[in-house]
Design a protein around this ligand. Sequence first.
Ligand code: BT5
Length: 264
Amino acid sequence: MDILIWKEHLAHLPLGDIHIYPEVNSTNLVAEEKIKEGALPFSLVVANSQTEGKGRLGRTWITRVGKALALSWILYPEPGRLQPETLGMLSGLAPVAVAEVLREKYSLEAEIKWPNDVLVKGKKAAGVLVDVRWNGCEVTDVVVGIGVNVARDSVPPLEELNFPAISLEEAAGKEISRLTLLVQIMDSLLKWYSRLVEPSFIQEWNSMLAFKGQQVKLTTERGLAGQGKVAGISDDGSLILISEAGQETEYHSGEIQLRLVDRS
Ligand code: BT5
């Protein structure tokens, strides 16, 4: 990874500061430090490897040296733009941006496993971790962390996975440049962030939603939170499930995990 070349390729995008490191503990943690130091809006932190990459709910995200993308994007939503009830949109932002790039630029049938995983061929190719800080009811800053498995050997061994995983190179059957992919993802993130509260965003999310019409169950650390057929994403980014009795229920993201129900 030639840091100067990477910075050059990102320079035309309307981002804030660009920080690129050979190795960090977690790009989300570095981004939080940068916020404390007064980082500009839309600043970006990228790393060639992470020693303590963070997943959701305290889990670990593995980033093999030079094989994957690990990035964190800093947002300061303008006051009033994101209310607690529209926060669900934020968890869809990165999956929509990444899945769109994979479909349009790499002809991969990317799907979004609600709330924020990107699947290719039914396996996880990218994970997203959104860290949000609040002051009362206002969101003060947001770190959107994205990890993408790019090279074939970016995927961790099976025993380290809680869901089947895949790399983009394996799925596409060709080599993929991490730098080109990063520029494409940032471009798509900028576009969708500007449309976050427009109907086209939810439409796009819905059009790429995985498991539509299939039975799934939602679990939290406390156990089963819901079960039903996937109907779609609601206007605020919640998942709509339909029960066997035909009743619709909306679920907000937060601590929820989604799994397909095995009916075999
Ligand atoms: C996620 O969590 O999928 C969110 C991952 C976000 C990672 C990015 S990288 C840049 C930024 N900086 C960070 O520190 N984090 C973000 P979750 O849904 O909780 O999935 C985590 C689980 O996925 C782990 O417990 C493993 O089972 C599995 N896993 C770990 N590394 C993986 C990988 N490279 N590919 C697929 N699955 C993985």
